[in-house]
Design a protein around this ligand. Structure first.
Ligand SMILES: [Zn+2]
Length: 386
């Protein structure tokens, strides 16, 4: 059935030619898009909340808060820039990016034409890390505006999809802890890379000097309550006390307030406390993938757990524990494997420090000494008699 087309006059021929040209252009553009996509690392199956079985060892998964808006605090202007890329020292930082709420997981805007399609994208610029030419480094630094308490981590929050395929944010909970935290810090330093730490208040009181080392190394420090209780089982007042005392304890340990980043113990998010953190302008960190390292005793299993989940997700915020021995022991090899597999580290920083509440700061200072009824001097109380 080709007859009709061929019999047209010059006008028809022109139309046919134009049509053919249009098709060629279409195919070319489509091909280019495909080629570009093929250079991305792992096919980013939009990270859904594939939460295996929540973070809590036992018990039912937390009813996530309606994965939604930075609650109360101010006007939650949807156009507000929550995540902004700031220049990273080594790698080629892409143009400043503003991720807006509900951005669909689409491919990055544009890369210079099509590079040869090889699976791992690594093309990351060589990292400047003296003595460690194969270091993981930091490929991008993002600054978080915590106004209104934005939530991160697709296990519970679906708003801010700011990571590109292959990008990873490292987070470590439950420290500071003797030996283990130092081991994690050493591995990060050897890779000239950065992470976010969520220390526990009580642990900070026991080992403030370790937390100071985390700070001195330039990592981001948030908080993770005073004593790691499941806040969904406490009264609202007790839960607030846990949050605030944790924040004040970390500030005491550091000698200055930490970042307004908070992670709920066992990833249990009581809605009232999500609202409360929103009013306090503190960002909430869930996770994109939980390593479940707290159940693992062998370092190589920690590595397998993280790499397997990352491969499935393609990118994400990874939850680990500097408190755990297996994780600390695994850290050097884990970072090496991340590099070998073409992942790139994104470092999350806060735009400004958290504001502590004076009443809790005072409570922390008081708790340093146990007041007794008497204040008699030692010489009055203790006498050498023999
Ligand atoms: Zn924890």
């Amino acid at each position: 059935m080709v007859s009709a087309e061929t019999s047209g006059g010059p006008k028809m021929r022109f139309a046919a030619a134009a049509c053919a040209l249009a098709i060629v252009v279409c195919v070319a553009v489509f091909g280019a898009v495909l080629a570009q996509r093929a250079t991305t690392p792992v096919v980013a199956s939009a990270p859904t909340s594939a939460a295996p079985d929540a973070a809590a060892p036992a018990a039912t998964p937390t009813p996530a808060p309606p994965a939604s808006a930075p609650t109360a605090a101010g006007k939650p202007s949807p156009a507000q820039t929550v995540v902004a890329t700031v220049p990273a020292t080594p790698a080629v930082a892409p143009a400043p990016m503003a991720v807006q709420p509900m951005a669909p997981a689409t491919a990055p805007p544009a890369a210079p034409a099509a590079a040869p399609a090889v699976p791992p994208p690594t093309a990351a610029a060589p990292v400047s890390c003296p003595g460690h030419p194969d270091a993981l480094g930091v490929s991008r630094v993002v600054e978080i505006d915590t106004t209104g308490g934005p939530g991160f981590g697709f296990e519970h929050f679906k708003q801010y999809d700011f990571l590109q395929p292959g990008e990873v944010v490292l987070t470590f909970d439950d420290g500071p802890w003797p030996h283990n935290t130092a081991e994690v810090l050493a591995a990060l330093a050897a890779n000239c890379t950065k992470a976010v730490f969520f220390p526990i208040g009580e642990h900070t009181m026991w080992a403030p000097e370790i937390l100071k080392q985390v700070d001195a190394a330039g990592h981001t420090i948030g908080s993770h309550t005073w004593s790691h209780k499941d806040l969904s089982k406490l009264t609202a007042q007790d839960a607030k006390d846990e949050i605030e005392k944790g924040i004040s304890a970390v500030a005491w340990g550091l000698g200055h307030p930490a970042s307004p980043f908070f992670r709920f113990p066992a990833l249990r998010h009581p809605p009232e406390m999500v609202t409360y953190l929103g009013e306090r302008n503190i960002a909430i960190f869930s996770t994109d993938m939980d390593s479940f390292d707290f159940k693992i005793r062998k370092p190589d299993q920690v590595i397998t757990s993280v790499l397997t989940k990352l491969k499935k997700n393609g990118k994400g915020i990874v939850l680990m524990h500097d408190f755990q021995r297996a994780t600390a022991d695994a850290a050097p090899e884990l970072l090496k494997q991340l590099k070998l597999n073409g992942y790139r580290i994104v470092f999350m920083k806060a735009k400004g420090p958290v504001q502590t509440l004076t009443a809790y700061d005072e409570e922390i200072v008081k708790s340093l000494k146990l007041p007794t009824v008497t204040n008699r001097p030692t010489s009055d109380v203790v006498h050498t008699i023999q």
